[in-house]
Design a protein around this ligand. Structure first.
Ligand code: SF4
Length: 345
């Protein structure tokens, strides 16, 4: 253990790799791997070789109790053109009455305002932001600065992720930092009395230990989890029952992918660790009205995942449409409204 001086207190956080040999072999320098980007055949997301993690690394520190969390029934992905406060306000106006909070992404190919700036804009516009903080583009000190900044502007929940690797053709001159991984960032966030949200990818190898990995993130201080899309509710049920048997107690939100045209479906299919059944995509895209079919498919999926024990909410995820951010927000708002209406019945 090493001591880490911090404004307003002193944080303790394990920085020594339980297995540093393994961390050296991971292009993301992860200690608490494996990441969600492990390919179906066990290959690394970032290098032409197998992933170095074949099991779960246990959290070695004391368990940090997570802060109590108001779990959103509907958490909607926020999509607006970057560096555009007017577009942000327009999208917020459309989404505000259809969801409990918005998940603000951090994309490897689309920089935007820093998370505290985005969060302040969203709060001022009248919506609760769950900003994402990724370890890819910031060193450890800047991550800590961002966490303090988020807390200062009034954010309660921050999604702590390692981050997917930057594609080889996206700003190849820019370094990728990965001083921390998502688990250690969650611990740091919890120590600052933020609610640390974390992600797990049930469909990524090694499948059998993914539920345990989520439990280790809970032990590190995570207070709420978001699961990447699982192709079928039976798979989700299997994952949840294994995780709960292993000690998972924090609330879990399941992702519901939204697509209404080939471009929005392709964007989701290109994401590592997201299992989107080809038959479902084909059914939506072949419909006479793919927008209605996409909305219906998302509402149906939300109904199915909310029936799984331990799932407390849904994350309406994806770009939804290639017809611009206003149209896409209207699609997501319609889905959110219908999910809320069903829940009230
Ligand atoms: S798949 Fe992820 S965790 Fe595994 S070695 Fe590659 S970057 Fe590291």
């Amino acid at each position: 253990m090493a001591r880490w001086a911090s404004e307003g207190g002193e944080l303790t956080e394990p920085i020594r790799a339980p297995d540093s040999e393994r961390a050296f072999g991971c292009p993301k320098r992860m200690v608490f791997g494996p990441c969600g980007g492990v390919r179906a055949d066990g290959a690394c997301e970032m290098a032409p070789r197998p992933c170095v993690f074949d099991d779960v690394v246990r959290w070695p520190g004391a368990t940090t109790p997570g802060e109590p969390v108001d779990v959103p029934l509907v958490l909607t992905d926020f999509s607006a053109p970057p560096f555009d406060p007017d577009a942000l306000s327009d999208v917020t106006r459309i989404l505000a009455s259809s969801c409990d909070a918005v998940l603000v992404g951090e994309h490897q190919d689309r920089p935007d305002f820093p998370p505290p700036v985005l969060a302040r804009l969203l709060l001022a516009a009248g919506i609760t932001p769950w900003p994402t903080l990724a370890c890819r583009d910031r060193n450890r000190i800047v991550l800590e600065q961002e966490l303090h900044g988020l807390r200062h502007v009034g954010v309660r929940t921050v999604l702590c992720v390692t981050g997917d690797g930057r594609a080889y053709d996206v700003r190849p001159e820019v370094t990728q930092v990965f001083d921390l991984d998502g688990t250690r960032l969650a611990s740091l966030a919890a120590s600052l009395r933020l609610i640390a949200a974390v992600v797990e990818t049930p469909t990524a190898p090694p499948h059998a230990v993914r539920p345990l990995r989520l439990v280790e993130k809970q032990r590190a201080g995570a207070g709420v989890a978001i699961l990447n899309h699982v192709g079928a509710a039976t798979e989700l049920r299997r994952f949840m029952s294994a995780a709960r048997a292993a000690g998972l107690a924090m609330p879990v939100i399941a992702s519901v992918p939204v697509y209404t045209d080939p471009a929005s479906a392709a964007a989701l299919q290109g994401l590592p660790g997201l299992d989107l059944p080809a038959s479902s995509v084909a059914r939506v895209l072949a419909a006479d009205d793919p927008v209605s079919a996409g909305v219906d498919a998302a509402v149906e999926e939300a109904r199915a995942v909310l029936a799984v024990g331990g799932i407390a909410g849904v994350n309406i995820s994806g770009s939804a449409s290639s017809r611009g951010h206003i149209f896409a927000a209207e699609v997501k708002a319609e889905i959110g409204r219908r999910i809320r209406l069903e829940a009230e019945r």
